[in-house]
Design a protein around this ligand. Structure first.
Ligand code: GDP
Length: 524
């Protein structure tokens, strides 16, 4: 390992923000980028929602519905650290995209609305993080508004998520009298995020703190802070890193409270890029040779260039511009001539990237989700998941002459992770599967705009899809032979069983005990 690589790895923090819509993810992102110097003015991220941006010009759907359906990465520096923030789509119809993105982060910020507590989507995303033991830093947002008692919020996190909490800061006041954040661990405070450095104070009762609070609430709020200091669990680094405990920060992204506390926490406590499990061995982030995997493909980021960008997370070594990597799935070399870094609005050519960094690699369909790149080693990263679709449809094409073109287009869409594609064994037309209905709208729009293929979707006679496998040799073949009309192949030629409903699936699962019916499949 060279010092340069070790040093670069130690500085990196790669994370995502998980939250329920409206909790303040966009506002927080904006502030992080602003304090990190990545954007000039707050408001640029928000603008994405409201007005047309180059990046998403092509996507009328996004424009019409005012939702961001794409995942992107933003890099910024703060203090000694380099942060890679992987953005995830807010809409739950694109949940599979979010899950794949979470495979590429080392930690997450969970944003909670101080008035609403844990909401359904936060819970769901938290569960995905827990599956991977991703350490979570909690930001309780909107303290400038009418909000719940901090103890109640901490209790709700502990109860609903079965996650220990350690409040590091405490709000000084709430609602209209919210005037700053108090660090319980080291007795410092910030009046707002304008304070680059926190100020040392003499406890919550001191004039510097208590004196800021309205007289009628002072006693109650000071007591609360003292109790917070006294009674709350102390921060435990190991428990945090193992995903059992979350440090909690209070603030207001909109009014500039608590964001610096939060970003410093991520820098100080957040893990540097982790070691990554591959099929043959564990790859340490500080190894010299480059390894990386593709977790996201995005097409048409720039309408002038019909390129596809594969987002790769570097897992070890140094990814250098111009290097030749091996695409392990095919065994072929791929030249990384123009890897790119992304900022809020712009992208620049990346000369070198280290573990934890995410770079975009322009390509014309060579790279697929789940692909591993190495400097020659035969090694595959596992764990970019494929989820059994919730909705299955047949694609109906008006013009039968274009069937071949449709097949190619669907194959490409499937490689990008827009939809899943299943080819029935009995030769009937292809079936597409999605987890949310909006994905079908995206598919339809893209087939029309990019491939001039107007299509419609028909209900398939199936509604359930499971990957089949078995420990017993020959069992899968026997099952396939017995169910020929209900078997299809996915993009990797792996067999899936299509059932009309859950009942039908359970019936078969009862009869074929040696066959496994999986709802999740790792790529590769
Ligand atoms: P997202 O859907 O999670 O990305 O949430 P947004 O960042 O778009 O915020 C949703 C709404 O809450 C917007 O109207 C924001 O201005 C508002 N908001 C975000 N943070 C705060 C905050 O700290 N205080 C208050 N009062 N409003 C906030």
């Amino acid at each position: 390992m060279t010092d340069k690589i070790a040093d670069a790895v130690a500085r990196r923090r790669t994370f995502a923000i998980i939250s329920h819509p409206d909790a303040g993810k966009t506002t927080l992102t904006e502030k992080l980028l602003l304090f990190g110097g990545a954007i000039q003015l707050a408001g640029e991220v928000k603008a994405k929602k409201n007005r047309v941006q180059t990046r998403s010009d092509w996507m009328n759907i996004e424009r019409e519905r005012g939702i961001s359906v794409v995942t992107s990465v933003m890099t910024f520096e703060y203090g000694d650290h380099v942060f890679n923030l992987l953005d995830t789509p807010g809409h739950e119809d694109f949940a599979d995209d979010t899950y794949r993105t979470l495979t590429a982060v080392d930690s997450a910020i969970m944003v909670i609305d101080a008035a609403k507590g844990i909401e359904p989507r936060t819970l769901k995303l938290f569960e995905v993080c827990r599956l991977r033991d991703i350490p979570i830093v909690t930001f309780v947002n909107k303290l400038d508004r009418e909000s719940r008692d901090p103890f109640e919020i901490l209790d709700e996190i502990e109860q609903k998520l079965a996650l220990d909490t350690a409040p590091i800061t405490w709000p000084i006041g709430r609602g209209k009298s919210f005037v700053g954040t108090y660090n319980l661990a080291n007795d410092t405070m910030r009046r707002s995020d304008d304070d680059v450095e926190p100020t040392a104070v003499n406890g919550p009762e001191s004039d510097a703190v208590a004196g800021l609070l309205p007289e009628n609430e002072r006693e109650m709020l000071v007591e609360e802070m003292l109790l917070g200091k006294e009674a709350c669990r102390p921060f435990d680094m190991q428990a945090f890193r193992e995903g059992h405990l979350t440090p909690v920060y209070f603030g207001s992204a909109l009014r500039n409270f608590g964001v610096r506390d939060l970003i410093e926490a991520l820098g100080n406590f957040g893990p540097a890029p982790r070691a990554q499990e591959a099929d043959s061995r564990r790859v340490e982030a500080t190894e010299e040779k480059m390894t990386s995997f593709v977790f996201k493909i995005q097409a048409n980021m720039d309408p002038n260039h019909r390129d596809r960008i594969a987002f790769v997370r570097v897992c070890s070594g140094k990814l250098q511009r111009g290097m030749k990597a091996k695409l392990v799935r095919t065994g072929k070399p791929i030249s990384l001539s123009a890897p790119q870094f992304f900022f809020a609005k712009s992208r620049i050519t990346a000369d070198e990237a280290f573990a934890g960094d995410v770079v975009g690699i322009p390509n014309h369909g060579t790279l697929r989700i789940g692909d591993t790149l190495t400097e020659g080693e035969e090694l595959l990263f596992r764990g970019v998941p494929n989820f059994a679709p919730e909705i299955l449809r047949r694609v109906r094409l008006g013009d039968a002459m274009k069937a071949k073109k449709l097949k190619e287009a669907l194959q490409q869409m499937a490689e990008e992770g827009v939809v899943q594609l299943f080819t029935p064994e009995d030769g009937s037309p292809a079936i597409v599967g999605v987890v949310g209905a909006l994905q079908l709208d995206v598919l339809k729009e893209r087939l029309k705009v990019e491939y001039s293929l107007p299509v419609d979707f028909e209900m398939a006679r199936f509604s359930v899809c499971r990957w089949i496998s078995s420990e017993e040799p020959g069992e899968v073949d026997r099952f396939i032979t017995a169910h020929r009309g209900d078997i299809a192949r996915d993009l990797d030629d792996d067999p899936v069983f299509l059932a009309p409903h859950e009942f039908g699936l359970n019936y078969e699962a009862d009869r074929w005990k040696a066959v496994r019916f999986a709802t999740v499949k790792d790529y590769q």
